[in-house]
Design a protein around this ligand. Structure first.
Ligand code: ASP
Length: 431
């Protein structure tokens, strides 16, 4: 590998992507008729992302659910065998609290995004030529719910039926928890390794994001330029970004602050300060998983939360609890619908809320995973998967913000749950 190429690759990914954004826009603007020479890179990138969706989600959920087994053995709760029934009870209680916290905060985040995107309507008035002719099939809610149970698991995998894949993955993960020791453990280890494998492949794909984005941006800009509505599109995408970022701030600094204060009796600013370095790390790496060790350290060392709580709440949270991703996916889907001139009914918006929750659970804690799982929501409301071309250009930037919110929510969960277990943190009294 030549030295110049190596130097280029060693530039942090977000700078590479920023450069690709600018170069792609310039190319599309200056050479609109020649865009075809590089748009194939974008198509290739989108194909690769779609390729990894089904296996990544399947392995992510199975290993996440089945991983609950190992988590129980890290804390003192799992003690010796004479205490094992008490340990199981404690594990169950902690598990229930944790899952309730995850579900409630993710739903609150999605609702915040839903309200803002409906109020501000960033996609309204955009010309939607590329999407209008694709057939939009809207299924009744009952049918969507019924079809969550696949007739054939392999067919679901082949056709990227995300809800069915998620359903089966939950079932399989839960069944592994109940299997005989040795057999269950073998399977769990297998799926955990498979998950690592899928994450590695996703990581490779994401490394090609700069080239893919170069092609996509050049294609979009040249198309809009030739149609004469380039400025309008830039304005819409800018407003869309603003909506996502404002909604993320509302969730992080109003909703989660209120939960810390009123449910946990914790000073939110003190917790924010304790989590500072983890949040910066999340922002700059766009990966909850990569940040996990630091999140744990900040919670324990700065926040004084016990290892028993953090080792249970945080690893699960890093893959399952993604408030920022859920919010982002909801806003993005509604933006795409608005930009395509499609009015989503109340029922369809409810489907978006429900599937955004599942899609955020299915997203791995790595950069741009949310962009992969958003196809779940798009297909649930009948929007073509290709329409992510509209949002892909700014995805990586928004990823930084949403990942920080994902990690912030995990840490708030650890703090609140620690308090509910009687731990005294940040000067609150134990008991
Ligand atoms: N990058 C996010 C995370 O690691 C996931 C996403 O793409 O939304 O938390």
């Amino acid at each position: 590998m030549s030295r110049a190429l190596r130097a280029l690759i060693s530039i942090p990914l977000h700078w590479q992507i920023l450069a690709a954004l600018i170069l792609g826009a310039l190319y599309g603007f200056l050479l609109p008729q020649e865009a075809g020479y590089i748009t194939w890179a974008g198509d290739l990138f989108l194909r690769a992302l779609r390729m990894i969706v089904a296996p990544l989600i399947l392995c992510s959920i199975i290993s996440g659910v089945a991983g609950l087994k190992n988590m129980g053995s890290t804390g003192p709760a799992s003690g010796d065998s004479s205490q094992s029934s008490g340990a199981a009870g404690a594990l169950g209680r902690l598990g229930l609290k944790t899952l309730t916290y995850y579900a409630i905060t993710s739903l609150l985040a999605i609702t915040t995004g839903l309200i803002l995107v409906n109020l501000i309507q960033p996609g309204a008035g955009m010309e939607p030529p590329a999407l209008q002719d694709s057939s939009i099939e809207v299924k009744p809610l009952g049918q969507t719910l019924l079809e969550i149970v696949p007739r054939n698991v392999f067919q679901a995998l082949m056709q990227d039926d995300m809800l069915s894949i998620i359903f089966f993955a939950f079932l399989a993960g839960a069944a592994m928890l109940r299997m005989e020791h040795e057999k269950g453990d073998t399977l769990i280890r297998f799926f955990q390794s498979a998950f690592e494998l899928m994450m590695r492949i996703t990581d490779w794909i994401v490394r090609f994001a700069p080239l893919g984005i170069l092609g996509i941006v050049a294609g979009v800009v040249s198309e809009k330029y030739l149609e004469g509505n380039l400025l309008e599109s830039v304005r819409s995408v800018g407003t869309y970004m603003a909506v996502v970022i404002i909604a993320l701030f509302v969730h992080a600094f109003i909703t989660l602050f209120a939960i810390l204060r009123f449910y946990g009796g914790i000073n939110p600013l003190r917790h924010l300060k304790a989590m500072g370095s983890a949040l910066l790390m999340a922002f700059s790496t766009s990966s909850s998983s990569a940040t996990l060790p630091l999140t744990m350290e900040c919670c324990e060392k700065q926040g004084g939360i016990s290892n028993r709580t953090t080792s249970f709440v945080l690893p699960l949270g890093a893959t399952v609890n993604m408030d920022g991703t859920a919010l982002y996916e909801c806003v993005a889907t509604l933006f795409i619908a608005q930009a395509s001139g499609i009015e989503l009914s109340l029922t369809q918006q409810l489907i978006v809320v429900f599937t955004a929750l599942l899609a955020s659970v299915g997203a791995a804690g790595i950069p741009m995973a949310g962009l992969v799982t958003i196809t779940i929501i798009l297909s649930a409301v009948g929007l073509p998967a290709e329409s992510i071309g509209l949002i892909i250009t700014v995805d990586r930037i928004l990823d930084m913000f949403r990942t920080a919110v994902n990690v912030w929510s995990d840490s708030c969960g650890a703090a609140v749950i620690a308090r509910s277990e009687g731990e005294g943190i940040y000067g609150t009294s134990a008991g």
